[in-house]
Design a protein around this ligand. Structure first.
Ligand code: 5AD
Ligand code: SF4
Length: 430
């Protein structure tokens, strides 16, 4: 039997962007390993993969500077550009890389590993088989794609152009994947989609149905999901979260803006009143439920009053954390035409103000946890001294003394919180 072409090839993967990209990079990592490739530093690699993000201009320009940097460190390596920039700007990327692989073409890595000499552009409009179960790294936590793409066309967002139209995987395929993960030691899954609440509509079932099925899988400790779109986030989902033991008490519900005028210009499909109504029901029904969000400041036409309305909602909802961004003009999107655009210095001031407010709220909320007891899924040894760390069901990192519980990785333990830090909690075993 002849040796595989790719035997002992060395690879390095650099990932930018969201959890979807992280999962895609994991797929590539596993395909390379399956074909005998070895992980290495940029200097030593025969092939370097850069997984790109296009959501803001700064992220997009990163892939070009990163490829330049890689070439200056390692002239011989083949460069594979993948991810969101690869999907919508493959022509430009082809000029600086050997392969370009779009977001719908991850399966093409099975071809690349068989013949790394061919420089090709793989940018498919649609995935060949969304139900294909890509391999995972072994681990306690796993990302599981439940749907790909997005149909919402929020006016600022490039994602519908970089990840295509929404397509849901079948329940059967997702359940098979989660079962395989659990058989390999996974305790917690994060179900991924741009808008998980619209999962399955064309298949004749919905996200809540899927949650009921996933919850039944023996040996699975925790289920999380992201992202929830406020327009589709339903009462039924809140009640399912309440009923299903594995489903964790956390939602990521991107607000984007607290001004109805701006929400309309963004084409978000909800008003601030509708958003708040859902948040209030969630808070009322889900004891100790945490909530996080995404916010854009400086969207075109955003006035000081509009921005104040966003701050009001942040104060009112008291998010556990929020991810906030200055609006960035993106190609192909509607918002780039809306006038007037907001000055860069105004955007920056608003961003700082919002982030200061959020830091205050996060710190206050963390302090409120002192004295409470949480279930913590132990992930390993903490960087903070002689401690173990894990996350509570609300998704906050908790560090605690391990004493003789050194083998607790993968266990769920009860921890009483004694101290609140900026982004994490410290406690002791009870
Ligand atoms: N400018 C700034 N932020 C954006 N996001 C998406 N598109 C843009 C843009 N053009 C933010 C949104 C989204 C998060 C993933 O990125 O808040 O929820
Ligand atoms: Fe972008 Fe809106 Fe789709 Fe989210 S829902 S990916 S913000 S278009």
């Amino acid at each position: 039997m002849g040796e595989k072409i790719s035997d002992k090839m060395k690879f390095h993967i650099k990932t930018y962007g969201c959890q979807m990209n992280e999962r895609d990079s994991e797929k590539v990592y596993c395909i390379f390993k399956e074909y005998g490739f070895e992980e290495a530093s940029i200097q030593d690699a025969d092939v370097v993969v850069v997984n790109s993000c296009a959501v803001r201009e700064k992220a997009e320009s990163k892939i070009y500077s990163e490829i330049g940097r890689i070439k200056s460190i390692n002239k011989k390596a083949k460069i594979i550009a993948m991810g969101c920039v690869a999907q919508f700007n493959h022509k430009k990327l082809k000029t600086v890389s050997d392969f370009v692989v779009g977001t719908s073409s991850i399966d093409k890595f099975y071809r690349i590993v068989k013949n790394i000499e061919d420089g090709v552009v793989f940018v498919d409009e649609k995935m060949d088989n969304p139900d294909y179960i890509f391999p995972h790294k072994k681990g306690l936590n796993a990302f599981v794609d439940i749907m790909y793409g997005c149909n919402n066309f929020c006016t600022y967002c490039i994602v519908p152009f970089t990840r295509g139209r929404e397509i849901s995987r079948t329940k059967e395929s997702i359940i098979d994947e989660v079962k395989q993960l659990v058989d390999n030691g996974t305790k917690e899954v994060m179900l991924l989609g741009q808008n998980v609440n619209s999962y399955g509509h064309k298949l004749g079932y919905g996200f809540v149905d899927l949650l009921y099925e996933v919850d039944k899988i023996g040996g699975l400790e925790r289920v999380r999901f992201t992202t929830s779109h406020p327009k589709d986030f339903s009462k039924e989902l809140i009640y399912a979260m309440k009923e299903l033991k594995t489903v964790c008490e956390h939602i990521h519900l991107p607000l984007q803006s607290g001004s109805n005028k701006i929400l309309k210009l963004m084409r978000r499909g909800y008003t601030k009143e509708e958003y708040l109504e859902k948040v209030y029901l969630y808070k009322e029904q889900i004891a100790e439920g945490s909530i996080t969000t995404d916010i854009i400041v400086g969207f075109p036409q955003e006035t000081e009053e509009d921005f104040q309305e966003t701050l009001e909602i942040v104060k009112n909802v008291e998010y556990d954390t929020s991810f906030s961004f200055k609006y960035s003009k993106r190609p192909l999107t509607k918002a780039r035409e809306i006038e007037p655009q907001v000055d860069e210095d105004v955007k920056l001031r608003r961003l700082n103000e919002l982030q200061d407010l959020q830091a205050e709220i996060t710190q206050r909320k963390n302090k409120e946890q002192i004295g409470k007891v949480f279930d913590v899924l132990v992930e390993g040894k903490s960087k903070k001294g002689n401690m173990l760390y894990g996350r509570n069901r609300q998704n906050t990192v908790v560090n605690f003394d391990f004493k003789d519980n050194i083998n607790a990785r993968g266990d769920v333990v009860k921890v009483k919180i004694t101290k609140a830090l900026k982004h994490s909690l410290v406690g002791e075993l009870v």
